[in-house]
Design a protein around this ligand. Sequence first.
Ligand SMILES: [Zn+2]
Length: 185
Amino acid sequence: MVRLIISCMDYRLSQEVMNRVKDENDIIIRNAGANIYELKDRLKGINADEVVFLPHTDCAAMKLVNSAIKDGKDVDKEIDEKLVAQFRGKEFSSLQELEKLNAEIGEKMLKEIFPNAKITTELIDVNKIKIPQKKTRYYLLKPQTRYNDEIIGSYVIQAFDKEDVTADIKIAESLGLKLEKSELG
Ligand SMILES: [Zn+2]
């Protein structure tokens, strides 16, 4: 039984992610925006039985997409390719609509990648969860690492390989976050 939990690196979500872990072998993957598009090739190598997909509201990654597409703001080429481009030509007129679209597009891709898995999508409303004290730092963690009190309130990028999250590291740095600890290469 392989269970995947996929969410955003946002500092507010760590407890929510932990609340959904059922087994020590559950695989947690977190990047900027719970961005499935970037993960596609990596996910194809996993034989998942269940996927819990957790995008969220008030997402900094979606704000970046919104300002790149709606305001024409310059964005790093790699961030554009791996995050922004999938939303070009799609219809949305507000950040809220973009966040819903992100959940829909991500779920659709997950169904294609894992046609036989049980897929649960929950767009987490950050107004309805307990928010920890924000720490302006980020961790690069392996998929099976669980969080201690130091990690809660920090940003968490979680992946099999650092190569999978190079765009997300750029986004974390652009948010002014400092790397606290890396388990990835
Ligand atoms: Zn986010």
